[in-house]
Design a protein around this ligand. Structure first.
Ligand code: 4NP
Length: 157
């Protein structure tokens, strides 16, 4: 099983959106038995909360399920357990790296680094910008490229 963890700050806007979109892509490719998906936040303010209404609205619009998603905080053990830790922005990456042993951070990536010639390397935080559509488009592209990368790496066809 390949385990993928998406990480943002609050785990209510960007990373649960990425979790839902990536799970949907994995399901459409019939890879649910091979790829496990989760998300977490570096902050603790929203533990136990469902995704933000903006994230729910955009996922509803594109018919993508977010059933059962509840915010949780990332922990050091996650870095040992997951094969891919995918941060939404550079700050998330810095915060996750601080949790990891120095020799243990080679599987921590920034989502948009999977997208060639991406206009922005950090997914803007819609909690502050209010632009959930922009996040949806960026996260969808990032997730598609990430899935291609994993398929190549693990020889999933
Ligand atoms: P997210 O957005 O990191 O994409 O989930 C945020 C949600 C909540 C807060 C910050 C960012 N907050 O400060 O409560």
């Amino acid at each position: 099983m390949v385990k993928v963890l998406f990480v943002c700050l609050g785990n209510i806007c960007r990373s649960p959106m990425a979790e839902a979109i990536f799970r949907d892509l994995v399901k459409k490719e019939g890879l649910e038995s091979k790829i496990e998906v989760d998300s977490a936040g570096t902050g603790d303010w929203h533990i136990g909360n469902p995704p933000h209404i903006g994230t729910r609205n955009i996922l509803d619009q594109y018919n993508i399920s977010y059933e059962g998603l509840k915010a949780r905080q990332v922990k050091a053990q996650d870095i040992e357990e997951f094969d891919y830790i995918i941060g939404m922005d550079s700050e998330n990456i810095g915060n996750v790296r601080r949790l990891a042993n120095p020799n243990q951070s080679s599987h921590i990536y920034r989502l948009m680094d999977f997208v060639k010639d991406a206009k922005l390397v950090d997914v803007p935080d819609p909690y502050f910008t209010g632009n959930f559509e922009e996040v949806y488009e960026m996260v969808t592209e990032g997730c598609k490229q990430l899935l291609e990368e994993i398929k190549k790496e693990y020889n999933f066809s």
